[in-house]
Design a protein around this ligand. Structure first.
Ligand SMILES: [Mg+2]
Length: 416
């Protein structure tokens, strides 16, 4: 087989409500670049990439000169073509490589008649459990519904998601409000679900001392871990010395150099593997193997996904033996998807690993057209800006918290 074409399409898919986070907001929608890689025997493999609210079409078009004419099975060759560790200092293509690896694995699975997980070692589980991933949210700009700002709203949202999807693990995400307020929210969620597991992720905005204070305050709760309370391996190590809660990261261990450093002088207990941040599903499987050897925990991270990337997370979750925690997904915050059959279903808090050849999903081309038009209409959005606080940006450590008593609804462009 040879690659004959690479076709990127940028889509905008609406969210149920805008998701607030430590660095800004997802402005009521995800912008994702869908990548179709076609071979000379007519197989089309699917990849997907985010990009902070922007299109990556131009980058993928530029990759044609590297990959057209090459064998999609030569994935290590592709790694060095696109991401040579010194060459890529000039143009970091880790996430680009990831999207193209997804597509090539999808091609190989279709050509060989096996699901991607069978190429990666074979499934150990048929379903992957997920956490509820609770965000603070602005109201939906069209309906006015869906705000999560107060403690009561946060608990109600958690109850609704648990009832709808069956989650028994809850991840509280923000870092936008003062840590003392978010601690109250976390404790309220813990009190509502005494049998469920918990995790909190403020995206590294706290000082080391705040992180220690927060970590000590949640000791005794049913914590999976405390995720990126502060920034940097050294800050995490200092925090870890002072609290009795495992630490997790998707921020300071996102590559093999950092993984090695963390093993030589441990700062983090659980590595959250992201099929995009690490440069593909195979890189995550390799990292999981290193973690298994050194008995470092792993889980599956979400950087915002549509069904294609979700499929990569499911195939990853299926094959790593040391997946001891529920995976993260933004997926249940989406209002729709671009794959055949619409949004994949959660049952009992888990999603079935696809069984069809390749990634096991197909594009719904009507939906792709619809949401490509929506991207053209609305354009990109700045992931690291908050529509409710024009001109604001956070520091690390942060001291510019949002006001949880401010109920102002910002104007956000949205679908008609
Ligand atoms: Mg995180």
């Amino acid at each position: 087989m040879k690659i004959v074409d690479i076709r990127p399409t940028t889509v905008t898919v609406p969210l149920i409500a805008p998701l607030r986070h430590a660095n800004g907001c997802h402005w009521g929608r995800f912008v994702r670049t869908i990548v179709e890689v076609e071979t000379d025997n007519g197989i089309i493999g699917l990849g997907e990439m985010g990009g902070g609210g922007e299109s990556a079409e131009a980058t993928f078009r530029a990759m044609k000169q590297y990959l057209v004419g090459r064998d999609p099975a030569r994935l290590e060759e592709m790694r060095f073509l696109l991401c040579n560790p010194t060459g890529s200092l000039y143009n970091n293509r880790t996430q680009v490589l990831a999207a193209l690896e997804f597509a090539c694995l999808d091609i190989l699975g279709q050509a060989w008649g096996v699901p991607v997980c069978d190429i990666l070692g074979g499934r150990l589980r048929n379903r992957v459990p997920f956490a509820s991933y609770l965000f603070f949210r602005y109201p939906n700009p069209k309906t006015g519904d869906g705000e999560v700002r107060t403690i009561d709203q946060a608990v109600a949202c958690a109850k609704e998601l648990a009832a709808t999807h069956g989650f028994t693990t809850h991840k509280v995400k923000s870092g936008g409000f003062h840590p003392d307020y978010e601690l109250e929210v976390y404790k309220a969620i813990a009190a509502e679900f005494p049998q469920h597991k918990l995790r909190y992720d403020p995206n590294a905005v706290m000082s080391v001392e705040q992180a220690i204070r927060f970590g000590q305050a949640i000791e005794g709760l049913n914590n999976d871990y405390l995720e990126d309370p502060t920034y940097g391996l050294h800050g995490m190590r200092r925090t870890r010395q002072m609290i009795r809660v495992p630490l997790a990261t998707n921020t300071v261990v996102v590559g093999f150099e950092q993984l090695a450093a963390n093993i030589l002088d441990t700062a983090v207990d659980v590595i959250l593997l992201d099929t995009t941040f690490w440069g593909g599903i195979r890189a995550c499987v390799k990292a999981a193997g290193v973690c298994e050897t050194f008995q470092i925990g792993v889980a599956v991270h979400s950087s915002g996904e549509l069904g294609i990337q979700l499929a990569t997370m499911l195939h990853l979750g299926a094959v790593i033996p040391n997946l001891s925690f529920a995976a993260d997904a933004h997926y249940h915050h989406l209002a729709d998807d671009i794959i055949e059959g619409g949004l994949m279903k959660y049952e009992g808090g888990s999603i079935a690993v696809p069984t069809a050849p390749g990634l096991g999903i197909k594009l719904n081309r009507d939906k792709v057209r619809e949401y490509a038009e929506l991207y053209k209409k609305l354009g990109p959005y700045p992931y690291d800006m908050d529509p409710g606080r024009p001109g604001w940006f956070p520091l690390i450590p942060n001291d510019r918290w949002a006001d949880h008593t401010d109920a102002t609804i910002p104007a956000i462009p949205f679908a008609d």
